[in-house]
Design a protein around this ligand. Sequence first.
Ligand SMILES: Cc1cc2nc3c(=O)[nH]c(=O)nc-3n(C[C@H](O)[C@H](O)[C@H](O)COP(=O)(O)OP(=O)(O)OC[C@H]3O[C@@H](n4cnc5c(N)ncnc54)[C@H](O)[C@@H]3O)c2cc1C
Length: 343
Amino acid sequence: METILVLAHTEADGTLARSAREALHAARALNKAIAGSQLLVGLIGENIQAAADSIAACPATKFFGVSGADFTVSRYATDAAAAAAICQAAQATIVVVPATSRWNRVLPGVAQRLGGRVDTHVTGLTEAGGQPAINRWYYRQRMEATISRTQRPWFIAIDPGSQPACECGAGTATVASVAVNLTEADQRTEVIGTREPKADAQTIRPDAHLLFVTGAGWTKKQADGQTHVPEAEKIILEFLKHTRASLGSSKSLVDLGGEGQAVLPFLSHLNQIGQTGSTPRHAKGLSTCCHGEEPHTVGWRFINERRAISLDPNCGWARGKADVLYVADAFKVMVKLNELLGQ
Ligand SMILES: Cc1cc2nc3c(=O)[nH]c(=O)nc-3n(C[C@H](O)[C@H](O)[C@H](O)COP(=O)(O)OP(=O)(O)OC[C@H]3O[C@@H](n4cnc5c(N)ncnc54)[C@H](O)[C@@H]3O)c2cc1C
């Protein structure tokens, strides 16, 4: 019989992130599909009761928890000890976690300690021939595989954004406290703070509804024979300010900086979408001044609704890569759009 444990950590404010609810949704789907399986929840954090209460109405039959000041922040030694203790207390055969940076760091180590195996970048949990199975993409999201394992415990890290979040309601959860024996060595690492970019410098937003892509056209000579990079910068930043969209780029545009050409200073290779870039998940995408070539659009696989603005009616977007292509000057369209958004 499979014992499916959803393992989550709380956020700094004691809540559960959407990614944790997504993992719970995936685990519940597996629990429904595998006859005789049971669903359990394990929580780690400074105070976990509020997080447990927020999902108390979920079909889990038992909640386990490790709490205290030692488990407030992400620290390998204490997180690994807490995760291993909960897995053992729950006698879990399958452990489903959200693939947060905190869990990604410790889960392979926990799997090793418990003699298990771990799979990352999982986008679905299912049943195949009566056995649990996972879905995972390969070769830059071109091929999807379904994989089963016989080794237990099986740790499964669910890619955030790949699942709907569970809608289970709140209530009062009874949490069984799990004891963790920490040594001095476990507590040696001290987290002294967090450094992050300023809000307006942070242009990559995985949770955004919209992906806004900029292509090399923004820096090319326009109809008047001149480039208009400062104007492009202003238009793009204003659009991001209005929409809080995530900013993506074509490879050509981010490469230009390395070649010493005028570029948009807020773009780096981290923004690059495509075969050698990222494959983000957003409900909608708007591409501007980009040609829509295959090595770029392969990164759009998980964008549900695609629109593009390009001067070229024969660009890749027009050849089945976009739902709607506006053959128009993106400078003019975006200025008008910003005007409307500002109203
Ligand atoms: C192995 C390999 C891996 C690659 N990986 C990636 C990858 O991960 N990501 C990626 O992006 N590329 C990748 N590429 C490169 C890719 O093939 C393209 O060269 C690149 O995506 C083109 O970028 P672009 O469309 O921005 O630029 P361009 O091809 O220069 O197109 C610019 C577009 O802007 C339009 N334009 C200009 N001015 C305006 C205006 N005022 N209004 C509207 N439109 C305007 C033009 O009509 C043109 O269509 C890869 C290539 C290879 C070989």
